[in-house]
Write a protein that binds this ligand. Structure first.
Ligand code: KIV
Length: 270
């Protein structure tokens, strides 16, 4: 995928969309060689890469630095970056400054959590020419209000409100909507009601696509195994095994070998 308009085309053609997060250049190079359709520099970077307890700790500077690194590895693949809390709640101008910094770092679009209270800001960013992806359901920037990471919109009135928020965001011009940790039936209903595609995480199979945090889907986020997560590799075990073998070989005097060493006037390594 190279453009925001490709998202609607995928939905129209019934083609599931795959997205994964990415925070750095080396994994971006691997993602660029994978079939995954688009990449998100999520504000989860604050937790996964920086070790903070929530995404509230992400800043525009942090998001821009990681966006630039990812762009250097990703080539032309479509790249979305989160606007961190609370930039989009400060009003149109501060939000535009954050968008400006992130766009210049290399993002093709921005993602903004929530709806009510900043719909005008979303519309303004879209009208300015920057595509916006929405995010409803379990919006991690509001974790302090939710009182934890739990499934959202289980009650009828919450489900109706989420459906209405989704419509309002679509009217404001977003090109796709992330639905995080809501009941699968509700995600199916939202997906059926919207023109734009929905991208699910913990929201069942009836979304137009799926997104997962790269370290989660590769089994590299130690101890994190929520119900919705499938690990498509056991990355942490692979890394631990590589590190164990490295340690063993060094301590046994087997690494580096003569072939892996330089000698006078001769380069052994190709
Ligand atoms: O920050 C993030 O990684 C996200 C995705 C999990 C949707 O918002």
């Amino acid at each position: 995928m190279k453009r925001a308009t490709d998202f609607s085309r995928f939905k129209a053609e019934n083609n599931p969309i795959t997205m994964a997060t990415c925070y750095d250049a080396w994994s971006a190079r691997i993602l660029a060689e994978s079939p995954v359709d688009a990449v998100l520099v999520g504000d989860s970077v604050a937790m996964v890469a920086h070790g903070y307890p929530s995404t509230v700790h992400a800043t525009t500077e942090m998001m821009a630095t990681h966006t630039a690194a990812v762009r250097r590895g990703l080539g032309e693949r479509f790249l979305v970056t989160d606007i961190p809390f609370p930039e989009h709640r400060k009003g149109v101008l501060p939000a535009m400054e954050s968008v400006d910094r992130i766009a210049k770092a290399g993002a093709d679009a921005v993602k903004i959590e929530g709806a009510r209270g900043h719909l005008e800001t979303v519309a303004h960013i879209v009208e300015s020419g920057m595509p916006v992806m929405g995010h409803l359901g379990l919006t991690p920037q509001s974790v302090n209000q939710f009182g934890g990471y739990r499934v959202q919109a289980r009650r009828q009135e919450e489900a109706e409100r989420l459906l209405e928020d989704a419509r309002l965001l679509q009217d404001a011009g977003i090109f796709a909507l992330v639905l995080e940790c809501i009941p699968a039936e509700l995600a199916a209903e939202v997906t059926a009601h919207l023109r734009i595609p929905t991208i699910g995480i913990g929201s069942g199979v009836h979304c137009s696509g799926q997104i997962l945090v790269l370290q989660d889907l590769l089994g590299m986020n130690l101890g994190f195994r929520p119900k919705f997560l499938r690990c498509f590799a056991e990355g942490a075990d692979m890394m631990k095994e590589g590190l164990r073998r490295y340690d063993e070989e060094v301590k046994a005097g087997n690494y580096p070998s003569a072939e892996e060493s330089f000698s006078h006037g001769k380069t052994v390594r190709h």
